[in-house]
Design a protein around this ligand. Structure first.
Ligand code: CU
Length: 256
Protein backbone atom coordinates (compact mmCIF):
# COMPACT_ATOMS: atom_id res chain seq x y z
CA UNK A 1 0.00 0.00 0.00
CA UNK A 2 2.74 2.38 0.95
CA UNK A 3 4.62 1.28 -2.13
CA UNK A 4 1.78 2.05 -4.55
CA UNK A 5 1.36 5.53 -3.10
CA UNK A 6 5.06 6.08 -3.54
CA UNK A 7 4.88 4.95 -7.18
CA UNK A 8 1.91 7.14 -7.99
CA UNK A 9 3.91 10.32 -7.49
CA UNK A 10 6.64 9.70 -10.09
CA UNK A 11 4.01 8.48 -12.54
CA UNK A 12 2.10 11.74 -12.26
CA UNK A 13 5.31 13.70 -12.50
CA UNK A 14 6.31 11.81 -15.61
CA UNK A 15 2.91 12.45 -17.12
CA UNK A 16 3.29 16.16 -16.53
CA UNK A 17 6.75 16.12 -18.07
CA UNK A 18 5.49 14.32 -21.16
CA UNK A 19 2.71 16.87 -21.60
CA UNK A 20 5.07 19.76 -21.16
CA UNK A 21 7.58 18.33 -23.60
CA UNK A 22 5.06 17.57 -26.36
CA UNK A 23 4.89 21.05 -27.91
CA UNK A 24 8.69 21.25 -28.02
CA UNK A 25 8.82 18.28 -30.36
CA UNK A 26 6.47 20.10 -32.72
CA UNK A 27 9.13 22.82 -33.26
CA UNK A 28 7.35 26.06 -32.55
CA UNK A 29 9.34 27.77 -35.30
CA UNK A 30 8.00 25.39 -37.96
CA UNK A 31 4.38 25.00 -36.90
CA UNK A 32 2.31 27.78 -35.48
CA UNK A 33 -0.99 29.47 -35.95
CA UNK A 34 -2.60 32.88 -35.81
CA UNK A 35 -6.19 33.91 -35.61
CA UNK A 36 -8.36 36.98 -35.99
CA UNK A 37 -11.91 38.08 -35.41
CA UNK A 38 -13.17 40.13 -38.32
CA UNK A 39 -15.07 43.20 -37.18
CA UNK A 40 -17.33 45.36 -39.31
CA UNK A 41 -15.88 48.37 -41.10
CA UNK A 42 -17.83 51.09 -42.89
CA UNK A 43 -21.21 50.00 -41.52
CA UNK A 44 -21.10 46.95 -43.81
CA UNK A 45 -22.52 44.47 -41.29
CA UNK A 46 -19.80 42.01 -42.36
CA UNK A 47 -18.17 39.92 -39.64
CA UNK A 48 -16.17 36.71 -39.49
CA UNK A 49 -13.17 34.84 -38.18
CA UNK A 50 -9.87 33.70 -39.63
CA UNK A 51 -7.42 30.97 -38.69
CA UNK A 52 -3.96 30.74 -40.25
CA UNK A 53 -2.10 27.48 -39.61
CA UNK A 54 1.51 27.61 -40.71
CA UNK A 55 3.44 24.40 -41.30
CA UNK A 56 6.96 25.14 -42.49
CA UNK A 57 6.58 27.37 -45.54
CA UNK A 58 2.93 26.46 -46.14
CA UNK A 59 -0.07 28.25 -44.71
CA UNK A 60 -3.63 26.98 -44.48
CA UNK A 61 -6.11 29.83 -44.16
CA UNK A 62 -9.62 29.08 -42.96
CA UNK A 63 -12.19 31.88 -42.92
CA UNK A 64 -15.86 32.21 -42.11
CA UNK A 65 -17.55 35.38 -43.31
CA UNK A 66 -21.17 36.47 -42.82
CA UNK A 67 -23.25 39.59 -43.37
CA UNK A 68 -21.38 40.48 -46.57
CA UNK A 69 -22.78 42.24 -49.64
CA UNK A 70 -24.79 39.68 -51.61
CA UNK A 71 -25.14 40.64 -55.27
CA UNK A 72 -23.27 42.74 -57.78
CA UNK A 73 -24.54 43.12 -61.36
CA UNK A 74 -26.83 40.08 -60.97
CA UNK A 75 -23.97 37.86 -59.76
CA UNK A 76 -22.51 37.11 -56.33
CA UNK A 77 -20.80 40.21 -54.94
CA UNK A 78 -17.05 39.45 -55.17
CA UNK A 79 -15.13 39.91 -51.94
CA UNK A 80 -11.47 40.68 -52.45
CA UNK A 81 -9.71 39.56 -49.28
CA UNK A 82 -6.11 40.02 -48.27
CA UNK A 83 -3.57 39.73 -45.53
CA UNK A 84 -2.28 43.28 -45.26
CA UNK A 85 1.23 43.86 -43.88
CA UNK A 86 3.79 46.58 -43.05
CA UNK A 87 1.29 48.94 -41.41
CA UNK A 88 0.61 49.47 -37.73
CA UNK A 89 -1.11 46.10 -37.47
CA UNK A 90 -4.43 47.73 -36.64
CA UNK A 91 -7.84 48.31 -38.18
CA UNK A 92 -8.73 51.93 -38.98
CA UNK A 93 -11.33 53.87 -37.02
CA UNK A 94 -13.69 56.49 -38.47
CA UNK A 95 -11.01 59.15 -37.96
CA UNK A 96 -9.09 57.60 -40.86
CA UNK A 97 -11.68 59.08 -43.25
CA UNK A 98 -9.26 61.72 -44.52
CA UNK A 99 -11.50 63.15 -47.28
CA UNK A 100 -14.58 63.25 -45.06
CA UNK A 101 -16.89 61.37 -47.42
CA UNK A 102 -18.22 59.19 -44.61
CA UNK A 103 -16.29 56.02 -45.44
CA UNK A 104 -12.75 54.77 -44.84
CA UNK A 105 -11.62 53.59 -48.25
CA UNK A 106 -8.80 51.12 -48.80
CA UNK A 107 -6.15 53.79 -49.29
CA UNK A 108 -7.22 55.67 -46.17
CA UNK A 109 -6.81 52.43 -44.22
CA UNK A 110 -3.26 51.78 -45.42
CA UNK A 111 -1.51 53.59 -42.52
CA UNK A 112 -3.37 51.27 -40.12
CA UNK A 113 -3.22 47.88 -41.80
CA UNK A 114 -0.54 48.40 -44.45
CA UNK A 115 -0.30 47.18 -48.02
CA UNK A 116 -1.35 43.83 -49.42
CA UNK A 117 1.02 41.01 -48.46
CA UNK A 118 -1.09 38.06 -49.60
CA UNK A 119 -4.21 37.87 -51.75
CA UNK A 120 -6.54 35.22 -50.34
CA UNK A 121 -7.70 34.01 -53.73
CA UNK A 122 -9.60 30.79 -54.44
CA UNK A 123 -7.04 29.59 -57.00
CA UNK A 124 -3.84 30.63 -58.73
CA UNK A 125 -1.54 33.42 -57.63
CA UNK A 126 -1.72 34.69 -54.02
CA UNK A 127 0.70 37.61 -54.40
CA UNK A 128 -0.26 41.31 -54.18
CA UNK A 129 -0.54 41.19 -57.99
CA UNK A 130 -3.85 39.37 -57.53
CA UNK A 131 -5.19 42.01 -55.15
CA UNK A 132 -8.11 42.89 -57.41
CA UNK A 133 -8.55 39.60 -59.26
CA UNK A 134 -12.27 39.79 -58.49
CA UNK A 135 -13.08 36.64 -60.49
CA UNK A 136 -10.84 34.56 -58.17
CA UNK A 137 -12.24 35.69 -54.82
CA UNK A 138 -15.19 34.25 -52.90
CA UNK A 139 -18.51 36.04 -53.27
CA UNK A 140 -21.98 36.43 -51.83
CA UNK A 141 -23.38 37.26 -48.41
CA UNK A 142 -21.83 34.36 -46.47
CA UNK A 143 -19.01 32.00 -47.28
CA UNK A 144 -16.37 29.68 -45.91
CA UNK A 145 -12.91 29.87 -47.39
CA UNK A 146 -10.10 27.36 -47.00
CA UNK A 147 -6.88 27.24 -48.95
CA UNK A 148 -3.32 25.98 -48.44
CA UNK A 149 -0.59 27.86 -50.25
CA UNK A 150 3.10 28.76 -50.09
CA UNK A 151 3.58 31.57 -47.58
CA UNK A 152 5.86 34.40 -48.70
CA UNK A 153 8.57 35.65 -46.35
CA UNK A 154 7.13 39.14 -45.87
CA UNK A 155 3.70 37.86 -44.81
CA UNK A 156 5.28 35.23 -42.56
CA UNK A 157 7.33 37.91 -40.82
CA UNK A 158 4.26 40.11 -40.35
CA UNK A 159 2.30 37.17 -38.92
CA UNK A 160 5.04 36.47 -36.41
CA UNK A 161 5.38 40.12 -35.41
CA UNK A 162 1.62 40.57 -34.98
CA UNK A 163 1.29 43.16 -37.76
CA UNK A 164 -0.64 41.04 -40.27
CA UNK A 165 -4.24 42.21 -40.75
CA UNK A 166 -6.98 40.45 -42.71
CA UNK A 167 -9.26 42.78 -44.67
CA UNK A 168 -12.38 41.70 -46.56
CA UNK A 169 -13.54 44.19 -49.19
CA UNK A 170 -16.85 44.95 -50.89
CA UNK A 171 -19.78 46.77 -49.30
CA UNK A 172 -23.40 47.00 -50.40
CA UNK A 173 -23.62 50.52 -51.90
CA UNK A 174 -27.01 50.96 -50.20
CA UNK A 175 -25.13 50.99 -46.88
CA UNK A 176 -22.80 53.77 -48.01
CA UNK A 177 -23.42 57.54 -47.92
CA UNK A 178 -24.85 58.40 -51.37
CA UNK A 179 -21.95 60.60 -52.43
CA UNK A 180 -19.41 57.93 -51.49
CA UNK A 181 -21.38 55.23 -53.29
CA UNK A 182 -21.32 57.24 -56.51
CA UNK A 183 -17.52 57.38 -56.54
CA UNK A 184 -15.26 54.99 -58.38
CA UNK A 185 -12.76 52.81 -56.48
CA UNK A 186 -9.61 54.42 -55.14
CA UNK A 187 -7.78 51.26 -56.26
CA UNK A 188 -9.23 50.71 -59.73
CA UNK A 189 -11.12 53.49 -61.56
CA UNK A 190 -13.05 50.89 -63.56
CA UNK A 191 -14.71 49.54 -60.41
CA UNK A 192 -17.33 51.25 -58.24
CA UNK A 193 -16.11 52.36 -54.81
CA UNK A 194 -18.40 49.78 -53.18
CA UNK A 195 -16.48 46.91 -54.81
CA UNK A 196 -13.23 47.62 -52.98
CA UNK A 197 -14.41 49.42 -49.83
CA UNK A 198 -13.13 47.61 -46.69
CA UNK A 199 -16.04 45.66 -45.16
CA UNK A 200 -14.37 43.78 -42.29
CA UNK A 201 -10.98 43.79 -40.63
CA UNK A 202 -9.07 41.89 -37.95
CA UNK A 203 -5.48 41.72 -36.73
CA UNK A 204 -4.01 38.21 -36.76
CA UNK A 205 -2.66 37.28 -33.34
CA UNK A 206 -0.28 34.38 -32.85
CA UNK A 207 -1.54 31.63 -30.58
CA UNK A 208 0.49 31.09 -27.38
CA UNK A 209 2.44 28.28 -28.99
CA UNK A 210 3.58 30.47 -31.84
CA UNK A 211 4.42 33.36 -29.52
CA UNK A 212 6.58 31.23 -27.26
CA UNK A 213 10.29 31.93 -27.56
CA UNK A 214 12.30 29.08 -29.01
CA UNK A 215 13.28 26.59 -26.30
CA UNK A 216 10.70 27.88 -23.84
CA UNK A 217 8.92 24.54 -23.63
CA UNK A 218 12.14 22.61 -23.02
CA UNK A 219 12.88 24.30 -19.72
CA UNK A 220 9.32 24.82 -18.62
CA UNK A 221 10.27 28.41 -17.89
CA UNK A 222 8.38 30.98 -19.91
CA UNK A 223 10.56 33.86 -20.95
CA UNK A 224 9.34 37.42 -21.13
CA UNK A 225 6.82 37.99 -23.88
CA UNK A 226 4.20 40.65 -24.50
CA UNK A 227 1.98 39.09 -21.85
CA UNK A 228 4.86 38.00 -19.63
CA UNK A 229 3.21 38.48 -16.26
CA UNK A 230 0.18 36.44 -17.22
CA UNK A 231 2.07 33.52 -18.74
CA UNK A 232 4.47 33.36 -15.79
CA UNK A 233 1.54 33.19 -13.37
CA UNK A 234 -0.02 30.30 -15.23
CA UNK A 235 3.23 28.35 -15.48
CA UNK A 236 5.05 27.86 -18.74
CA UNK A 237 4.82 24.10 -19.01
CA UNK A 238 1.10 23.85 -18.33
CA UNK A 239 0.33 26.67 -20.70
CA UNK A 240 2.42 25.06 -23.41
CA UNK A 241 0.58 21.77 -22.95
CA UNK A 242 -2.82 23.44 -23.11
CA UNK A 243 -1.92 25.56 -26.12
CA UNK A 244 -0.42 22.56 -27.91
CA UNK A 245 -3.49 20.45 -27.23
CA UNK A 246 -5.89 23.09 -28.47
CA UNK A 247 -3.83 23.53 -31.59
CA UNK A 248 -3.84 19.78 -32.27
CA UNK A 249 -7.62 19.70 -31.89
CA UNK A 250 -7.99 22.50 -34.39
CA UNK A 251 -5.71 20.72 -36.83
CA UNK A 252 -7.79 17.57 -36.57
CA UNK A 253 -11.00 19.55 -37.05
CA UNK A 254 -9.56 21.30 -40.07
CA UNK A 255 -8.54 18.04 -41.70
CA UNK A 256 -11.87 16.35 -41.09
CU1 CU B 1 -7.20 44.25 -48.85
Amino acid sequence: MRKSTFLAVPTLALGALTLAAAPASAHAEDMWSSQATLNTLNNSGTTGDVMVDVHGTEATVTMNVTGAAETFMDGPFPHAQHIHIHGQGTCPGPEADADGDGVVNTTEGHPSYGMIGTSLTLEGDTSPDSGLAVDRFPGGSAYTYERTFELDAATAEALQSGTAVVVVHGVDPAKMPAAAAEKMSDLDPSLPAAATLPAACGTLTASQMGAMPEGGADTGVTQETGSGAETAALGGGLLAAVAGGAWALRRRAARA
